[in-house]
Design a protein around this ligand. Structure first.
Ligand code: PEP
Ligand code: MG
Length: 324
Protein backbone atom coordinates (compact mmCIF):
# COMPACT_ATOMS: atom_id res chain seq x y z
CA UNK A 1 0.00 0.00 0.00
CA UNK A 2 2.63 2.53 1.02
CA UNK A 3 4.63 2.26 -2.23
CA UNK A 4 1.49 2.63 -4.31
CA UNK A 5 0.45 5.61 -2.20
CA UNK A 6 3.87 7.18 -2.59
CA UNK A 7 3.69 6.92 -6.37
CA UNK A 8 0.14 8.22 -6.55
CA UNK A 9 0.73 11.09 -4.12
CA UNK A 10 2.87 13.05 -6.55
CA UNK A 11 0.56 12.55 -9.53
CA UNK A 12 -2.20 15.02 -10.38
CA UNK A 13 -5.85 13.98 -10.35
CA UNK A 14 -6.43 14.26 -14.05
CA UNK A 15 -8.67 12.37 -16.46
CA UNK A 16 -7.09 10.62 -19.47
CA UNK A 17 -8.20 13.58 -21.61
CA UNK A 18 -6.62 16.19 -19.36
CA UNK A 19 -9.36 17.48 -17.03
CA UNK A 20 -7.86 18.42 -13.65
CA UNK A 21 -10.04 17.89 -10.59
CA UNK A 22 -8.48 18.93 -7.28
CA UNK A 23 -9.13 16.36 -4.57
CA UNK A 24 -9.58 17.89 -1.14
CA UNK A 25 -10.01 16.34 2.28
CA UNK A 26 -12.48 16.69 5.09
CA UNK A 27 -10.74 17.29 8.42
CA UNK A 28 -11.63 17.75 12.07
CA UNK A 29 -8.85 16.37 14.19
CA UNK A 30 -5.19 17.24 13.81
CA UNK A 31 -4.54 13.56 13.01
CA UNK A 32 -6.54 14.03 9.79
CA UNK A 33 -3.93 16.53 8.63
CA UNK A 34 -1.10 13.99 8.63
CA UNK A 35 -3.17 11.40 6.77
CA UNK A 36 -4.28 14.00 4.25
CA UNK A 37 -0.71 14.96 3.52
CA UNK A 38 0.41 11.35 3.17
CA UNK A 39 -2.26 10.92 0.56
CA UNK A 40 -1.49 14.05 -1.44
CA UNK A 41 -4.58 16.14 -0.73
CA UNK A 42 -4.66 19.45 -2.60
CA UNK A 43 -6.37 21.33 0.17
CA UNK A 44 -9.16 21.08 2.72
CA UNK A 45 -12.69 21.24 1.34
CA UNK A 46 -14.31 20.96 4.76
CA UNK A 47 -12.76 21.56 8.17
CA UNK A 48 -15.46 20.70 10.70
CA UNK A 49 -14.72 23.27 13.41
CA UNK A 50 -17.23 21.70 15.79
CA UNK A 51 -14.78 18.81 16.31
CA UNK A 52 -12.28 20.84 18.39
CA UNK A 53 -15.25 22.46 20.21
CA UNK A 54 -16.50 18.99 21.19
CA UNK A 55 -13.20 18.21 22.88
CA UNK A 56 -13.41 21.12 25.32
CA UNK A 57 -15.38 21.62 28.53
CA UNK A 58 -16.47 25.12 27.52
CA UNK A 59 -16.46 27.35 24.46
CA UNK A 60 -12.82 27.83 23.43
CA UNK A 61 -11.69 31.45 23.68
CA UNK A 62 -10.72 33.50 20.64
CA UNK A 63 -7.07 32.91 21.49
CA UNK A 64 -7.53 29.16 21.83
CA UNK A 65 -9.42 28.98 18.55
CA UNK A 66 -6.79 31.08 16.82
CA UNK A 67 -4.08 28.57 17.79
CA UNK A 68 -6.15 25.59 16.60
CA UNK A 69 -7.04 27.19 13.27
CA UNK A 70 -3.51 28.41 12.66
CA UNK A 71 -2.26 24.82 12.91
CA UNK A 72 -4.67 23.75 10.15
CA UNK A 73 -3.88 26.71 7.91
CA UNK A 74 -0.14 26.33 8.39
CA UNK A 75 -0.15 22.58 7.79
CA UNK A 76 -1.66 22.99 4.33
CA UNK A 77 -0.25 26.36 3.31
CA UNK A 78 -0.26 27.46 0.51
CA UNK A 79 -3.14 25.08 -0.30
CA UNK A 80 -6.65 26.32 0.54
CA UNK A 81 -8.32 25.41 3.84
CA UNK A 82 -12.10 25.70 3.91
CA UNK A 83 -13.25 26.29 7.47
CA UNK A 84 -16.89 25.74 8.18
CA UNK A 85 -18.39 27.89 10.90
CA UNK A 86 -19.71 26.01 13.91
CA UNK A 87 -22.25 23.36 12.87
CA UNK A 88 -23.72 22.09 16.12
CA UNK A 89 -27.28 20.98 16.77
CA UNK A 90 -28.85 18.07 14.91
CA UNK A 91 -26.86 15.06 16.08
CA UNK A 92 -23.85 17.09 17.24
CA UNK A 93 -24.20 18.72 20.62
CA UNK A 94 -21.71 20.30 22.96
CA UNK A 95 -21.96 19.13 26.59
CA UNK A 96 -21.65 22.75 27.72
CA UNK A 97 -24.36 23.98 25.33
CA UNK A 98 -27.20 21.45 25.66
CA UNK A 99 -30.15 21.68 23.29
CA UNK A 100 -33.31 19.66 23.91
CA UNK A 101 -35.75 19.40 21.03
CA UNK A 102 -38.25 16.96 19.56
CA UNK A 103 -36.81 17.20 16.05
CA UNK A 104 -33.16 18.20 16.32
CA UNK A 105 -32.49 17.79 12.60
CA UNK A 106 -35.32 20.23 11.87
CA UNK A 107 -34.44 22.46 14.75
CA UNK A 108 -31.80 24.78 15.98
CA UNK A 109 -28.74 23.78 13.92
CA UNK A 110 -25.69 25.26 12.21
CA UNK A 111 -26.06 28.83 11.02
CA UNK A 112 -29.39 29.18 12.87
CA UNK A 113 -27.62 28.92 16.20
CA UNK A 114 -24.71 31.17 15.32
CA UNK A 115 -26.95 33.90 13.88
CA UNK A 116 -28.97 33.81 17.11
CA UNK A 117 -25.67 34.03 19.01
CA UNK A 118 -23.59 36.46 16.97
CA UNK A 119 -21.06 36.66 19.81
CA UNK A 120 -20.15 33.00 19.18
CA UNK A 121 -19.96 33.60 15.42
CA UNK A 122 -17.93 36.80 15.67
CA UNK A 123 -15.35 35.28 18.02
CA UNK A 124 -14.97 32.31 15.70
CA UNK A 125 -14.59 34.37 12.53
CA UNK A 126 -12.18 36.78 14.22
CA UNK A 127 -10.06 33.80 15.31
CA UNK A 128 -10.09 32.40 11.75
CA UNK A 129 -9.08 35.74 10.26
CA UNK A 130 -6.28 36.32 12.76
CA UNK A 131 -5.05 32.76 12.24
CA UNK A 132 -4.75 33.39 8.51
CA UNK A 133 -2.47 36.42 8.85
CA UNK A 134 0.45 36.07 6.46
CA UNK A 135 -0.93 32.78 5.09
CA UNK A 136 -4.03 33.94 3.23
CA UNK A 137 -5.26 30.42 2.44
CA UNK A 138 -8.49 30.67 4.47
CA UNK A 139 -11.94 30.13 2.99
CA UNK A 140 -15.06 30.36 5.14
CA UNK A 141 -18.02 28.02 4.62
CA UNK A 142 -21.53 28.51 6.06
CA UNK A 143 -23.56 25.41 7.08
CA UNK A 144 -27.33 24.86 6.91
CA UNK A 145 -28.20 27.96 4.90
CA UNK A 146 -31.87 27.83 3.86
CA UNK A 147 -32.47 31.36 2.64
CA UNK A 148 -30.84 34.53 1.37
CA UNK A 149 -31.38 36.51 4.56
CA UNK A 150 -29.21 34.05 6.47
CA UNK A 151 -26.39 34.48 3.97
CA UNK A 152 -26.70 38.27 4.03
CA UNK A 153 -26.69 38.34 7.83
CA UNK A 154 -23.67 36.02 7.99
CA UNK A 155 -21.81 38.13 5.41
CA UNK A 156 -22.55 41.25 7.43
CA UNK A 157 -21.09 39.65 10.54
CA UNK A 158 -18.02 38.41 8.66
CA UNK A 159 -17.39 41.95 7.35
CA UNK A 160 -17.78 43.25 10.86
CA UNK A 161 -15.28 40.73 12.22
CA UNK A 162 -12.91 41.61 9.38
CA UNK A 163 -13.18 45.33 10.11
CA UNK A 164 -12.56 44.67 13.81
CA UNK A 165 -9.41 42.63 13.32
CA UNK A 166 -8.08 45.17 10.84
CA UNK A 167 -8.67 47.88 13.43
CA UNK A 168 -6.53 45.80 15.76
CA UNK A 169 -3.76 45.93 13.16
CA UNK A 170 -4.16 42.44 11.70
CA UNK A 171 -3.53 42.78 7.98
CA UNK A 172 -5.61 40.10 6.24
CA UNK A 173 -7.63 40.16 3.04
CA UNK A 174 -11.34 39.38 3.15
CA UNK A 175 -11.46 35.59 2.61
CA UNK A 176 -13.71 33.89 0.04
CA UNK A 177 -17.04 32.96 1.65
CA UNK A 178 -19.03 29.94 0.48
CA UNK A 179 -22.45 28.47 1.10
CA UNK A 180 -23.24 24.84 1.80
CA UNK A 181 -26.14 23.49 -0.16
CA UNK A 182 -27.59 20.87 2.15
CA UNK A 183 -31.21 21.95 2.66
CA UNK A 184 -33.65 21.39 -0.22
CA UNK A 185 -34.71 25.05 -0.19
CA UNK A 186 -31.12 26.05 -0.92
CA UNK A 187 -31.09 23.83 -4.01
CA UNK A 188 -33.80 26.04 -5.49
CA UNK A 189 -31.98 29.20 -4.40
CA UNK A 190 -28.53 28.21 -5.60
CA UNK A 191 -28.54 30.87 -8.32
CA UNK A 192 -29.29 33.71 -5.91
CA UNK A 193 -26.97 32.35 -3.21
CA UNK A 194 -24.14 31.91 -5.72
CA UNK A 195 -24.56 35.51 -6.83
CA UNK A 196 -23.62 36.71 -3.34
CA UNK A 197 -21.17 33.99 -2.35
CA UNK A 198 -17.71 33.21 -3.71
CA UNK A 199 -18.20 29.47 -3.95
CA UNK A 200 -20.72 26.71 -3.40
CA UNK A 201 -20.19 23.40 -1.62
CA UNK A 202 -22.79 20.64 -1.54
CA UNK A 203 -23.27 18.80 1.75
CA UNK A 204 -24.73 15.66 0.27
CA UNK A 205 -25.03 13.85 3.62
CA UNK A 206 -27.65 16.26 4.89
CA UNK A 207 -29.07 16.99 1.46
CA UNK A 208 -29.85 13.28 1.02
CA UNK A 209 -31.45 13.14 4.47
CA UNK A 210 -33.64 16.19 3.87
CA UNK A 211 -34.59 15.45 0.26
CA UNK A 212 -35.65 11.90 1.08
CA UNK A 213 -37.00 12.68 4.58
CA UNK A 214 -34.81 9.89 5.97
CA UNK A 215 -32.89 10.39 9.22
CA UNK A 216 -29.24 9.81 8.32
CA UNK A 217 -28.61 8.01 11.63
CA UNK A 218 -31.74 5.89 12.06
CA UNK A 219 -30.94 2.22 11.31
CA UNK A 220 -34.62 1.42 10.78
CA UNK A 221 -34.75 3.57 7.65
CA UNK A 222 -31.10 3.17 6.66
CA UNK A 223 -32.18 1.20 3.58
CA UNK A 224 -33.99 4.29 2.32
CA UNK A 225 -31.01 6.59 2.82
CA UNK A 226 -29.36 6.50 -0.59
CA UNK A 227 -27.36 9.26 -2.24
CA UNK A 228 -27.88 7.52 -5.57
CA UNK A 229 -31.61 8.23 -5.40
CA UNK A 230 -32.53 9.90 -8.72
CA UNK A 231 -33.93 12.92 -6.86
CA UNK A 232 -30.56 13.49 -5.19
CA UNK A 233 -28.71 13.20 -8.50
CA UNK A 234 -31.15 15.63 -10.15
CA UNK A 235 -30.63 18.10 -7.34
CA UNK A 236 -26.83 17.85 -7.63
CA UNK A 237 -26.89 18.50 -11.36
CA UNK A 238 -29.14 21.48 -10.81
CA UNK A 239 -26.81 22.96 -8.18
CA UNK A 240 -23.79 22.62 -10.48
CA UNK A 241 -25.61 24.28 -13.39
CA UNK A 242 -26.92 27.16 -11.28
CA UNK A 243 -23.57 27.84 -9.60
CA UNK A 244 -21.81 27.82 -12.95
CA UNK A 245 -24.44 30.12 -14.44
CA UNK A 246 -23.19 32.66 -11.88
CA UNK A 247 -19.57 31.83 -12.70
CA UNK A 248 -18.95 30.36 -9.23
CA UNK A 249 -17.01 27.15 -8.53
CA UNK A 250 -18.90 24.30 -6.93
CA UNK A 251 -17.53 21.41 -4.90
CA UNK A 252 -19.06 18.58 -2.89
CA UNK A 253 -17.99 17.46 0.57
CA UNK A 254 -20.45 14.69 1.52
CA UNK A 255 -19.45 11.02 1.83
CA UNK A 256 -20.51 10.26 -1.75
CA UNK A 257 -17.55 12.25 -3.11
CA UNK A 258 -15.25 9.59 -1.65
CA UNK A 259 -17.05 6.71 -3.38
CA UNK A 260 -14.85 6.14 -6.48
CA UNK A 261 -17.47 5.21 -9.08
CA UNK A 262 -19.76 7.99 -7.81
CA UNK A 263 -16.87 10.43 -8.15
CA UNK A 264 -16.88 9.65 -11.88
CA UNK A 265 -20.53 10.78 -12.03
CA UNK A 266 -19.76 13.92 -10.04
CA UNK A 267 -17.00 15.10 -12.36
CA UNK A 268 -19.30 14.41 -15.32
CA UNK A 269 -21.91 16.66 -13.69
CA UNK A 270 -19.30 19.41 -13.62
CA UNK A 271 -18.17 19.57 -9.98
CA UNK A 272 -14.93 21.54 -9.93
CA UNK A 273 -13.45 19.74 -6.93
CA UNK A 274 -14.30 16.85 -4.62
CA UNK A 275 -13.72 16.80 -0.87
CA UNK A 276 -13.56 13.51 0.99
CA UNK A 277 -12.23 11.41 3.79
CA UNK A 278 -8.43 11.04 3.39
CA UNK A 279 -8.80 7.25 3.40
CA UNK A 280 -10.73 7.26 0.12
CA UNK A 281 -8.65 9.86 -1.68
CA UNK A 282 -6.08 7.54 -3.33
CA UNK A 283 -8.82 5.20 -4.63
CA UNK A 284 -10.73 8.12 -6.13
CA UNK A 285 -7.62 9.60 -7.68
CA UNK A 286 -6.54 6.27 -9.09
CA UNK A 287 -9.92 5.72 -10.76
CA UNK A 288 -10.33 9.24 -12.13
CA UNK A 289 -6.93 8.89 -13.76
CA UNK A 290 -8.25 5.86 -15.71
CA UNK A 291 -11.33 7.66 -17.05
CA UNK A 292 -11.94 10.10 -19.89
CA UNK A 293 -14.42 12.93 -19.44
CA UNK A 294 -16.36 11.75 -22.51
CA UNK A 295 -16.76 8.28 -20.97
CA UNK A 296 -17.77 9.79 -17.65
CA UNK A 297 -20.44 11.89 -19.37
CA UNK A 298 -21.77 8.84 -21.23
CA UNK A 299 -22.08 7.04 -17.92
CA UNK A 300 -23.90 10.00 -16.40
CA UNK A 301 -26.37 10.14 -19.29
CA UNK A 302 -27.08 6.45 -18.84
CA UNK A 303 -27.54 6.77 -15.07
CA UNK A 304 -29.84 9.78 -15.31
CA UNK A 305 -32.32 7.68 -17.29
CA UNK A 306 -32.60 5.11 -14.50
CA UNK A 307 -35.15 5.56 -11.72
CA UNK A 308 -33.96 2.86 -9.33
CA UNK A 309 -31.02 3.54 -6.99
CA UNK A 310 -30.11 -0.18 -6.92
CA UNK A 311 -29.92 -0.32 -10.70
CA UNK A 312 -27.86 2.88 -10.70
CA UNK A 313 -25.47 1.29 -8.22
CA UNK A 314 -25.00 -1.85 -10.31
CA UNK A 315 -24.56 0.23 -13.48
CA UNK A 316 -21.75 2.09 -11.71
CA UNK A 317 -20.20 -1.12 -10.43
CA UNK A 318 -20.15 -2.51 -13.94
CA UNK A 319 -18.57 0.66 -15.33
CA UNK A 320 -16.02 0.59 -12.52
CA UNK A 321 -14.87 -2.84 -13.65
CA UNK A 322 -14.48 -1.58 -17.21
CA UNK A 323 -12.49 1.49 -16.15
CA UNK A 324 -10.34 -0.36 -13.64
C1 PEP B 1 -22.91 17.07 4.75
O1 PEP B 1 -23.97 17.33 5.31
O2 PEP B 1 -22.85 16.47 3.65
C2 PEP B 1 -21.63 17.49 5.31
C3 PEP B 1 -20.52 17.38 4.61
O3 PEP B 1 -21.60 17.96 6.57
P1 PEP B 1 -21.81 17.08 7.89
O4 PEP B 1 -21.65 15.63 7.49
O5 PEP B 1 -20.78 17.55 8.85
O6 PEP B 1 -23.20 17.43 8.29
MG1 MG C 1 -24.16 18.76 6.92
Amino acid sequence: LSRGLDLLRGLPCETTDGFRIPLWVNTGLLADVVRAQERGAEGVGLYRTEVPFMMKERFPSEKEQLAIYREQLQAFHPLPVTMRTLDIGGDKSLPYFPIKEENPFLGWRGIRITLDHPEIFLVQVRAMLKASEGLDNLRILLPMISGLQELEEALRLIYRAWAEVRDEGVDVPMPPVGVMIEVPAAVYLTRELARQADFISVGSNDLTQYLLAVDRNNPRVAGLYDYLHPAVLEALQRVVNEAHAEGKPVSICGEMAGDPSVAVLLIAMGFDSLSMNATNLPKVKWLLRQVGMAEAKELLTKVMLVDNPQVIRSTLQLALREFG
